[in-house]
Design a protein around this ligand. Structure first.
Ligand SMILES: *Cc1c(COP(=O)(O)O)cnc(C)c1O
Length: 358
């Protein structure tokens, strides 16, 4: 197969070595005579997959046993539901920093269970920048929720200041991509289909202090405490998805967090540098401190160029580069598995286009 040069926002590309291991395991899991999708969720093989995955999350995030690590169904949006169900008591406030569509959607879900309040927003700038970090939280704040990387608009928080309320973050599109102090967070979660494997799985990492009491009656499937009690196998687990996450975690460890972070900086810089000096393409986020290393959004000087360049890239084996309808023409997603050479190829493609259209 000739692989496309793939900048999709998610599901993202997976490393070829991961796909090969997944393909082999799909036919037979490690000499057991059983295919991966046929493994028993309460059997010893899957128990080992879970234990290694949990240990790798702790190691790579540099957090200890004071955090619970869960692998849940339902992707990112089910976490939008579970977070307020579990952590927002009636009448209390969940404070949100509104940095775009995902942050906003998480807030809308919280409003089913309590007060969901935007305490900082960059809506006025069309989410092309991050808002100032809020000085104060409402007195009855149960938690502060942020979205560390704004997949659609191309902005990203670096390490954030200390907060008085528990800090909860949606890290779906930048987990394990950059140095981050994960121990700052009372909870963080991520849909797996960007840096952690395939859709359907969500990683949820929760400090034990958050898990003392259920704030309301919750069916067990949606209760973090019940999921912790059953070690993520309250029902038949997503065995193939979680195994894919394990393969991604092993790949991440083998590469090393420092090397991954450096490569992500190099990839983003290569593309932003080109955009900053282009006379056809325009980067969407101007402030370099707010720019996402994972999702680089850009437009062209005219709609004609936008249509033409999309066609140009398609003819050159590039896919997944069309921007989200809310945020303009192009978005190149440079998740961990995207090699630097693919970004170089994209930049060369832009240069050729620019030369032909001077
Ligand atoms: C991709 C993504 C999600 C999750 O999506 P699901 O389709 O619900 O799994 C959530 N938040 C952010 C920031 C994302 O990029």
């Amino acid at each position: 197969m000739k692989r496309k040069i793939n900048f999709s926002p998610g599901p993202a590309i997976l490393p070829e070595s991961v796909l090969q291991q997944l393909a082999a395991a799909t036919l037979e899991y490690e000499g057991t005579g059983i295919a991966l999708p046929e493994l028993q969720h309460r059997g010893p093989e899957f128990a080992a997959i879970l234990e290694e995955s949990k240990a790798l999350v702790r190691e790579l995030c540099r957090i200890g046993d004071d955090y619970e690590v869960l692998f849940l169904h339902g992707g990112g949006r089910l976490q939008f539901c579970m977070v307020p169900m579990n952590f927002l008591p009636d009448g209390k406030t969940a404070a949100f920093i509104d940095t775009g569509q995902w942050a906003h959607e998480a807030m809308e879900y919280a409003a089913y269970y309590g007060n969901a309040s935007i305490i900082a927003s960059s809506k006025e700038s069309g989410y092309a920048a991050l808002p100032a970090w809020p000085q104060q939280l409402p007195a009855d704040t149960a938690y502060l929720h942020i979205t560390t990387n704004n997949t659609i608009y191309g902005t990203q928080w670096d390490d954030v200041p200390a907060t008085t309320a528990p800090l909860i973050a949606d890290m779906s599109s930048d987990i394990l991509s950059c140095p981050r102090d994960y121990s700052r967070y009372a909870m963080f979660y991520a849909a797996a289909q960007k840096n952690l494997g395939m859709a359907g799985v969500a990683l949820a990492v929760i400090h034990k202090d958050m898990l003392r009491t259920d704030v309301r009656r919750i069916p067990p499937m949606l209760s973090y405490m019940a999921q912790v009690a059953q070690n993520s196998v309250l029902n038949t687990a997503n065995i193939v998805g979680i195994y894919t996450t394990l393969l991604m975690l092993r790949w991440t460890k083998e590469k090393g967090m420092a090397a991954i972070a450096q490569e992500n900086r190099d990839k983003a810089q290569l593309l932003y540098d080109h955009l900053d000096n282009s006379n056809i393409f325009i980067p969407r986020v101007k402030d370099t401190a707010h720019r996402s290393l994972m999702n680089v959004c850009f437009t062209a000087i005219t709609p004609v160029h936008e249509t033409a360049f999309l066609q140009w890239t398609a003819e050159r084996n590039i896919t997944g580069i069309k921007g989200h309808r809310y945020a303009g023409a192009f978005r190149a997603s440079l998740y961990n598995a995207v090699p630097l050479s693919d970004v170089q190829y994209l930049v060369n493609t832009m240069k050729e286009y620019e030369q032909q259209h001077q």
